[in-house]
Structures are given as C-alpha cells and as structure tokens.
Design a binder for this molecule. Structure first.
Ligand code: A3P
Length: 316
C-alpha cells in the first residue's frame, strides 16, 4: 500500500504501513463509544446531545443505515409510504426536495445545530434518520415502541460507492477503502458490529426493528415495499394493490426517476458539506464491485466478515 496524498488537509499523515497510525486519523474519524465516527462533520457533542435529550414517541419512525447502503432510496420510500394519503406523486415534496431534507439525521442535522432542538411540533409520525449503531441510539428510542428500519448492503458495493462519493474530499483508491473496511476503520464502522447490532434487535424485537437489504429491495422492490409498509403500520389495502399504488410508489422512488428530478440533478442541501445532490445517485447497481475490486481483495474482506460474524446467523 502506498502512502497517500489527500485533500483532507496538509496535516494528513503518511499512512504507509511503516508509518501509519491508521486510515481513520487521516479520514478525520474518531473512535467513540466503540465505533469510528466522522467527527470532523459529525461532532461527538451532537451525538451526546442526541443521546441525552431526544425523547422518542411511540409513533416515531427512524431510518438507519451505514453511508452508501441505500439511505436515500429508503428515505424516499418511507416518506412516500407514510405520506401517501397527504400527497399524490405529482405534488409530493420529493419533487422539489432531496429525500435527506425530508427525513433529517439526528446527528448530522438536528443536534448539530442545536443541542436540544424543539421537535414537538413535527407532525406524527415523525421521521428521523441516523447512521449511528444501535448501541449509540438514545435510550428513549430503545425504551419506546417506535419503529426502526435498517438497510444494509454488501460491503463491497459500499466500498466502491463510498470511493466515488468522497472524491470531492479525498483521493483514496478503492483498495484504500477496502483496507479501511478490513480494519473496521471506516465511517460508522466496523461494518460487522454495525449490522450485527440491528440484526440482533430485529430478531429480538421484530415489531420494532426491520432489517432490510439493498439487494433484496432491488431484486423485488414491490414485495419489499409492501413488507416495509406493513412494518411501518401503513400497509397497502387490497384496493391500493389492485389499482397499482405499490408499483407507482416503487417507480417513483426508483433510481432512474429520482436521479432525473431537477432537485437531484442540480440541487444542493443547504448547509450540507455534500456539494451536489447528484452525488447521491451514481449507478444504483448490485455487484458493481466486480469491476473495481480484485477477486483476492474480495476474498480477503469476505474471510474477515466470516470470522467476525461467526456464531451469528447474519451473512453479507
Ligand atoms: P452506487 O454508488 O453504488 O450507485 P446512500 O443513499 O446510503 O448514500 O447510498 C447511495 C447509493 O445508493 C449509491 O449507490 C446510489 O446510486 C444508490 N441509490 C440512490 N438512490 C437509489 C434508488 N432510488 N434506487 C437504487 N439505488 C439508489
């Protein structure tokens, strides 16, 4: 592995094996409560405020993921399912706002700007999101009956997606990202602990935690969207199914439709470090990693994942 240059700052250290403390340091990650937090953009103080002050309501819905697992897609689906009786697909706010603006992050948005924001005026069900692991959620969420939807994705496609997404910040190669994942030193990593936390809760409390996979959502979007709606307490009626409402929602939230909306082609989320909404939409494919990662690299991370997930019945 070569020493890397990065636009993260002139103080970026040499991370060649002989010198490297870790990639995490160069990426601006801080180990916090057992996970690697991108603290340059998500101050740990905002996480502490969220943990201290957030009061969950039973009707709350929380979308959770690791970055690049399908967060934007899942937010679009959740927003559309829950609000389908308030908005048609032609007047939904998704036509003029990116999904991230409609379902804010606790740590990146709400508690970053204000340690104790007033969330009481948000209409029910309140929709929130986070990339934080289960162990770092506010206790009030764990005590409440609110619903958590977790989406995961095979780590190889996440690696490739992350590498493309963060080109505006750094010039790490796909191999560098693979190395980070192997060490568990990636944003909100280790990925195995992140996924396991939600997997275990989905087994223990299936009416509170739904475990979804990007690949399954892609493979059978209609069935997975129905599963999601049912879990959220917004199941589709027979009439809706017959009249094609599910298919219309799936089509509206599809990669091709969302990416071509003007707001996602040319818009930008105010105050976000992400320079353009179009970065949230790259190729939307399953298995693109074969074009970027060598079989040996895939085998290396696969073996690590097998070892880390040994004893659980979770696989990637
Ligand atoms: P790729 O880079 O592999 O294309 P996140 O929303 O968690 O940041 O994840 C981004 C990934 O989801 C990107 O993957 C992006 O293209 C893909 N994506 C965004 N919207 C999607 C949609 N509606 N359907 C399928 N994939 C989508």
């Amino acid at each position: 592995m070569e020493s890397k240059k990065s636009s993260l700052g002139s103080s970026t250290p040499d991370i060649s094996p002989s010198a490297a403390p870790s990639y995490a340091y160069a990426l601006g990650l801080t180990q916090f409560q057992g996970f690697w937090i991108p603290s340059r953009h998500v101050p740990t103080s905002s996480i502490i405020s969220f943990q201290k002050y957030f009061q969950a309501l039973h009707e709350d819905i929380i979308v959770v993921s690791k970055p690049k697992a399908g967060t934007t897609w899942l937010k679009a689906l959740v927003f559309t399912i829950v609000n389908r009786h308030s908005y048609t697909l032609s007047n939904t706010p998704l036509n003029s706002a990116n999904p991230h603006q409609l379902i804010p992050f606790f740590d990146v948005d709400l508690y970053k700007e204000n340690p104790n924001p007033d969330l009481s005026k948000i209409s029910s069900p309140r929709l929130f999101s986070t990339h934080l692991p289960y162990s770092m959620l506010a206790d009030s969420i764990k005590r409440s009956n609110c619903r958590i939807v977790y989406i995961t994705r095979n780590p190889f496609d996440i690696i490739v997606s992350l590498r493309h997404f963060f080109r505006f910040i750094d010039d790490w190669s796909v191999e560098d990202y693979l190395e980070m994942f192997c060490r568990g030193e990636e944003p909100y990593g280790p990925s195995w602990d992140h996924a396991l936390g939600y997997w275990n809760m989905s087994v223990e409390k299936p009416s509170n935690v739904l475990f979804m996979r990007y690949e399954e959502l892609k493979e059978d979007s209609v069935a997975q969207t129905k599963r999601l709606a049912e879990f959220l307490g917004f199941a589709f009626s027979m009439e809706e199914e017959k009249t094609g409402v599910v298919n219309q929602i799936v089509d509206f939230c599809s990669f091709n439709n969302l990416k071509d909306l003007e707001v996602n082609k040319t818009g930008k989320i105010p105050r976000s470090i992400i320079p353009s909404n179009k970065l949230f939409f790259r190729s939307g494919k399953v298995g693109d990693y074969v074009n970027h990662l060598s079989p040996a690299a895939v085998e290396r991370l696969s073996n690590i994942l097998k070892e880390k997930l040994n004893g659980s019945n979770l696989t990637f």
